[in-house]
Design a protein around this ligand. Structure first.
Ligand SMILES: Cc1cc2nc3c(=O)[nH]c(=O)nc-3n(C[C@H](O)[C@H](O)[C@H](O)COP(=O)(O)OP(=O)(O)OC[C@H]3O[C@@H](n4cnc5c(N)ncnc54)[C@H](O)[C@@H]3O)c2cc1C
Length: 442
């Protein structure tokens, strides 16, 4: 059996590992357009600031490909897929045959149309790849006024900002929404987070956008003009607005795309023997109960694993996923799970706040917990995410949750939820178990 995997990252390698678990001899080729062995993408900001190095950014051990008999093809860009002939076409003209194909190409950075932005400038860029972090590291050395503008106050923008700040630059985040991490946080937690950034020398311009980048004779930034008309000095401009599914190379392949790649419950695309997973796919959002693109590491791994298992001939279904963010901003830990900003009055919100040190918010739909924000003290976030994902009725425990008394449960003496952040998983089948009883608080 010939397996070909496009994507040498979380989705692709989870797929490869699952294939190897069930098929010890099949030929597995892993293609990446980046000329690196697999690296931990979220760590590129740590690389920028020097916390992670050329030795420690790698996702897998040095002998990973060899040990698993995987054939890596690095620095090779797939330009199209001929699903009728079952061939993957590489930019250099090479055609690779497959029996089963996995597509895990991740996202491409979205760059809003901005006058003056030029990715070719050594002082401007996006921030999703190892090479982007390397480019910005060099740019920081050349920045005369030590001024950087980061467009986008989401996860990528915040991480890029911390990295640039650590290199001695003054950073301003320009964010269109009224707060940073605007999709995941609410007003209170957004304000606390912005304050923490400001105290650490990162300015935030919210409700703003960059309308123009003024350039010098070499085409590098001098300043940016904001929507409000304000001008800010800028040696460096990083656009970290977010990513879109990387699917343009699938045009004409017959693989159905609707914003992202459409997959069924086995993670198979609309074309037989072609599977997909990760940031490029549309999955079922178990909280919002609709198809959605949720671009995070844990889901990329789960989706890749389900796809690989099916590709190796062992049937598995993917039940869908939910949004989950865990981030630390200058010592301020933040976890957001599921629905954090309810859109209608049928969902009830409960909050606890201890100054600006600890903030907890729970969103309930009837008796079912559908979302949470934990800031400052994130203990129990793994349990809450398990409860939210399972759709358990737990309104009667809201005070314990708000007070942070969230450890482990034995449910009807049979079912357990442990802190999955610490490596434990949920046991048991909750489908027929609408309620659970608390028996062992710690
Ligand atoms: C700065 C930053 C911080 C982040 N922080 C977090 C975090 O804290 N928590 C979290 O859960 N998520 C975080 N994310 C998101 C996370 O990195 C992604 O969800 C995850 O990497 C998706 O994995 P993937 O395998 O789908 O795709 P990717 O990791 O994007 O990998 C795509 C792979 O496909 C290859 N590829 C793409 N196109 C082609 C082609 N045409 N030909 C050949 N190969 C191709 C690429 O080379 C790469 O190997 C962060 C992302 C960034 C950029």
């Amino acid at each position: 059996m010939k397996y070909v995997i496009i994507g040498n990252s979380y989705a692709g390698l989870s797929c490869a590992d699952a294939i190897r678990r069930f098929d010890k001899t099949g030929e597995v080729t892993i293609i990446s357009d980046e000329n690196y062995k697999a690296y931990a993408r979220p760590l590129i900001s740590y690389y920028l600031e020097g916390k992670t190095t050329d030795e420690t950014i790698w996702y897998k051990d040095d002998d990973y490909y060899e040990k698993n008999s995987f054939k890596p093809m690095l620095g090779k860009k797939v330009i199209s897929v001929d699903t009728a002939a079952k061939k993957v076409i590489i930019e250099d003209g090479t055609k690779i045959d497959y029996d089963k194909l996995f597509i895990g190409p991740g996202g491409v950075p979205f760059v809003p149309p901005t006058e003056g932005f030029n990715i070719e400038s050594p002082m401007m860029g996006t921030f999703t790849k190892f090479d982007d972090a390397k480019k910005m590291k060099n740019a920081a050395k050349m920045a005369k006024n030590k001024e950087a503008i980061v467009v986008g106050g989401g996860l990528i923008g915040l991480k890029a900002s911390e990295g640039l700040k650590a290199l001695g630059l003054h950073v301003t985040i320009v964010e269109l929404l009224p707060r940073v991490l605007g999709l995941a946080l609410d007003e209170i937690s957004g304000n606390i987070t912005a304050k923490r950034l400001n105290e650490n020398g990162i300015d935030t311009a919210t409700g703003e956008t960059v309308t123009k980048i003024n350039l010098d004779a070499s085409g590098n930034p001098v300043s940016v003009i904001l929507k409000s008309g304000k001008e800010l000095i800028a040696d460096i401009v990083v656009v970290g607005v977010g990513v879109r599914p990387n699917v343009s190379f699938l045009e004409g392949s017959g693989v159905k795309i609707d914003r992202g790649i459409i997959v069924d419950k086995t993670m198979m695309t609309s074309v037989k023997d072609v599977y997909a997973g990760g940031d490029a796919v549309v999955i079922y959002d178990v909280i919002n109960k609709r198809p959605n693109i949720i671009a995070i590491v844990p889901l990329a791994c789960e989706e890749g694993r389900v796809a690989g298992t099916n590709m190796a001939g062992v049937y598995r279904e993917y039940p869908g996923g939910m949004g989950l963010n865990a981030v630390e901003i200058y010592g301020l830990p933040i976890v957001t799970i599921g629905l954090t900003n309810p859109a209608n009055d049928s969902q009830k919100v409960y909050m606890f706040q201890d100054d600006e040190k600890v903030y907890r918010k729970l969103v309930y739909d009837g008796e079912v917990l559908v979302g949470a924000i934990l800031l400052g003290d994130i203990a129990g976030s793994g349990i809450l995410s398990a409860i939210i994902r399972q759709g358990l009725k737990c309104l009667k425990y809201k005070d314990e949750f708000l007070n942070g008394n969230i450890y482990s449960f034995v449910i009807d003496n049979e079912f357990e939820i442990y802190n999955i952040n610490e490596g434990y998983a949920i046991r048991g089948d909750f489908e027929d178990l609408p309620e659970f009883s608390r028996t062992n608080w710690r």
